[in-house]
Write a protein that binds this ligand. Sequence first.
Ligand code: BG6
Length: 478
Amino acid sequence: ESYMSKIRKDFLWGGAIAANQAEGAHRRDERGLSTADIQPFIPGADPTDLHFNNMDSETYEKYKHGTYYFPKRQGVHFYERYREYIDALADMHVKTLRLSISWSRIFPNGDDTGPNEQGLAFYDRLFRYMKEKNIEPIVTIFHYEMPLNLVEQYGGWTNRKLIDYFVKYGQTVLQRYHQTVKYWIIINQINLVHKEAFASLGILKDKVDHYEQAQFQAVHHQFVASAKITEFGHKLNPSLQMGMMLADTLTAPYSCEPADVELNFRRNRMQYFYSDVLIRGEYPEYALTYFEDHDIQLEITESEKELLRNNTADFLAVSYYWSNTVKASENTMDPNSTVKNPHLKANRWGWSINASGLYLCMSKYWDRYHVPMMVAENGLGFKDVLTADNKVHDDYRIEYHQEHIAALKEAIREGADVFAYCTWAPFDIISAGTAEMSKRYGFIYVDYDDEGNGSGQFHFKDSFYWYKQVIDSNGEDL
Ligand code: BG6
């Protein structure tokens, strides 16, 4: 050992999934329809085209009433098969599984007066089983799905009423599971308001006058709801850890040209906005100036400001996959506007591979906030090939995780307080962006295809044995 490992002895090695990408059983036990249920699989679609983002009413109706195949309605049958999945994870010695609760299982329409007991009972069984297998649950309350009714009747998160509905749902699950679940992430990747305006905020863009204003007003409602749920959680059980989450989107300047460096700085500062509000507890001056410059007027009350100040997040969860580059002559302040980094390779979906970016972002967040952190997601999507003898030789995935874990260890060595590393996803599930099954991330191959056919059998990939060894050595043996 060249240095003393600073990885905690109780470090949580594990994986992460989301309900809508794994559970399926979309109408079982009185679950209501959710936004994820109307995402079609479109064969032959451009893998970099995220057709489900930035939704308008016409596309929404087309999907809702269309005769497509909707992969998330089946997922990978986690709802029925959760014991098999948890057993396989236990075989890999994982210490944690981050997963989400499906809102429409608990409140099928979002605005129901009381919760659906059958939905609650499912998560009782699941969390209990995980505990039996010594797998610590880290639970996301909102992960890219909401009852369809909330989109149609209320305009999604643009409506203030969503605060109350979501808080009610949040309080219900906290109340029910706080003895089994200690770690909570309230909203998945809260910063992707420009990319996930539909999945995350339920906004149909033609229904609002000023799209960006609607996005920021909607995320403000998510901030307020997060603060209220955090407050409730802390009062209910002081040992609960109430977290917030970012998708890392910090960019690098394309060149040292001052215009590139400055755009990069401004872009990144607006990415810190979300955690500045939820961890520091107030709207920063640079963001208020940005809103003024973009003619964005937000309704923020004094009591909401106080709520945000008094109920900051306990930890920061970060998902990291790839890194981005900005160039002043081609890019704008829009977070989706980036240029290719010529130094990096990418997978077929255009996601660049850059382990150093994980070192950088975890170090930057640590320096800025000094709160405990976790890697909520990190992984490589790939069209894996199953050999005739049911093996998957995924050395590309092993290499990806080797490099990223090494980068994370470097941030930890320099002081970052990190308590968990979750890979996306420990077993193959439906992709969020393209709804493909064949965009695989797992250490465990799950035999379903893009149309939902297949034996459903599990096959351990080479990476399964590798990750087990990483866990057994607490990250020493990469
Ligand atoms: C993250 C999401 O942004 O990326 C996950 O939180 C998602 O839900 C993951 O699955 C990978 O994206 P994709 O589109 O490859 O599934």
